[in-house]
Design a protein around this ligand. Structure first.
Ligand SMILES: Nc1ncnc2c1ncn2[C@@H]1O[C@H](COP(=O)(O)OP(=O)(O)O)[C@@H](O)[C@H]1O
Ligand SMILES: [Mg+2]
Length: 240
């Protein structure tokens, strides 16, 4: 049974439907990618799964539990971590304070302390800057902090909205490798990305969104190899 399923999602804002008839499935320990052009509804889809955009209809299952219309804070409690596309760190708080915020739903002080230590081992870039305000971090370091903060709540699955956007190839490589390491240690991922090649190369399965609809799904490498898809939806041109 899949760890996470979104079935026939129809979502948007106010009375406007942006995403229509999209279904997504994520198996345990897998990385699943959602790609597609700017404005295709990727963020809206993710937000609708977490009560942050309007869900007109559809069903969301986490294991055998129905989590349709769950509030974002309840999502954290059931094990769904979310790394939003923008404003995903508190810039005027320190790195340590940001990480503590990630554990806000927990009461086990000793556990939080040991998790902080573990997080700093896993994210040495952050360990060196504990007392610095997050606004002093580079773009890539901010994404690492946002991911590390989400991990402080011990999610079983992370929903990530364009963690590689606006990063240099080097920085996006660092962030992606860290995500793959976290995945290998047992956290499933639903990764929304405009960086199509990196996302589909890393994903076991991918969905291509265009104008709010899923136009194709399949194994990451197979989607990347499909010439008509490359040209029509992925902006990649012919394979060379
Ligand atoms: N808060 C909002 N209110 C109304 N429309 C929105 C809102 N956010 C995004 N949209 C619209 O929804 C469409 C899809 O946007 P989005 O989900 O952000 O796409 P993507 O993440 O794929 O770039 C766009 O046409 C955008 O203008
Ligand atoms: Mg988006």
């Amino acid at each position: 049974m899949p760890l996470f399923q979104a079935k026939n999602i129809r979502a948007g804002y106010g009375d406007v439907v942006i995403v229509d008839g999209v279904s997504i499935s994520v198996s345990a320990n897998n990385l699943v990618a959602i790609v597609g052009p700017n404005g295709s509804g990727k963020s809206t889809l993710l937000k609708s799964l977490l009560g942050l955009a309007r869900l007109f209809s559809g069903q969301v299952l986490y294991g055998d539990r129905d989590v349709t219309r769950i509030k974002s804070w309840q999502a954290v409690e059931v094990g769904l971590g979310y790394v939003p596309q923008v404003n995903n760190v508190f810039t005027n708080l320190t790195i340590n304070e940001n990480l503590e915020m990630g554990a806000y739903c927990r009461r086990d002080k000793a556990g939080i302390k040991s998790d902080l230590e573990e997080t700093y081992q896993r994210f040495p870039e952050l360990a060196a800057r504990k007392k610095a305000r997050a606004e002093t971090l580079s773009g890539g370091e901010r994404q690492l902090l946002a991911i590390a903060r989400a991990m402080m709540a011990h999610p079983k699955m992370l929903l990530l909205d364009e963690p590689l956007a606006f990063l240099s190839p080097k920085a996006s490589g660092v962030v992606l490798n860290r995500l793959l390491q976290i995945q290998a240690e047992g956290t499933s991922m639903l990764l929304v990305e405009q960086n199509t090649i990196k996302a589909l190369q890393s994903a076991s399965y991918g969905y291509i969104l265009n104008q709010g609809r899923c136009v194709m799904e399949g194994k990451g490498q197979e989607l990347l190899a499909d010439e008509s898809l490359r040209e029509r939806f992925l902006g990649l041109g012919k394979e060379v």
